[in-house]
Design a protein around this ligand. Sequence first.
Ligand code: ATP
Length: 274
Amino acid sequence: GSERKSRGKTPGFLTFDDIGGQDRAKGELKEALDFLIRYDDIKKLGIRPLKGILLTGPPGTGKTLMAKAAAHYTNSVFLAASGSEFVEMYVGVGASRIRDLFKEARSRAVKENKESAIVFIDEIDVIGGKRDGGQHREYDQTLNQLLTEMDGIHTSDTPRVLIVAATNRKEMLDGALLRPGRFDRHIEVDLPDKKGRLHILNIHAKNKPLAEGVDLDAIARETFHFSGAQLESVMNEAAIYAMRDESDAIGQQHLSLAVDKVMLGEKTDRESNK
Ligand code: ATP
């Protein structure tokens, strides 16, 4: 009934409209995904399946959001792992974790009646860094297993598995990962420009009361070089400043203070700590 409707979207359910700015990156990603969706044509024409998409760019620009939106867009199940999870693992454990990840992707797709799965691997550089004379053997095995899984994906496979990986250090990646048939599609997810920053601020202002006349455009201008994650913090910190003021709406002064706070990073906030 109405209660269900008012709850809105399923939690964790994310679309491209929830990502601010990044018009070019979103366009490129959708284009690649459209290609993936045209499964029958791909098969008929004997086109090599798209297996891996690499998202590159600085931290906090929305790479994880893009991978989630890609899963929604293609009606795929979504699984995520991070390269850093594998750091402390014993030799061989990383490799079997990769194997399990792909197994789980396939079985979840079958269970949920979906034709495809997207496996997201954040910080791929941690396991996919350049191999230098066997120095990092445990990562080598993990990387090799990932390559084996990717090579084992065929056009006729159902459910289809697509790997989306993210890194902010593309130059560190082992050439083996970038070969055709592996991560051969690269999409740059860069820091937002002013228009993108305004879009992101608006997205994160949606569930917050703004005082009359608040000028988010001015905030977008002041936040040169901010990432999406930092802009999200600005909106959140501004709401906290409003609460301290016993104000029921966020005013321009709260936003300006929040910009300063985020710009200074984790520096001590005098008011709250002294
Ligand atoms: P990292 O490289 O650190 O993993 P990332 O590029 O994957 O970062 P996300 O995890 O996607 O970044 O973004 C972190 C948070 O920042 C998001 O949950 C969201 O709140 C906010 N954010 C980042 N980019 C955007 C954007 N383009 N639009 C809206 N929100 C964004």
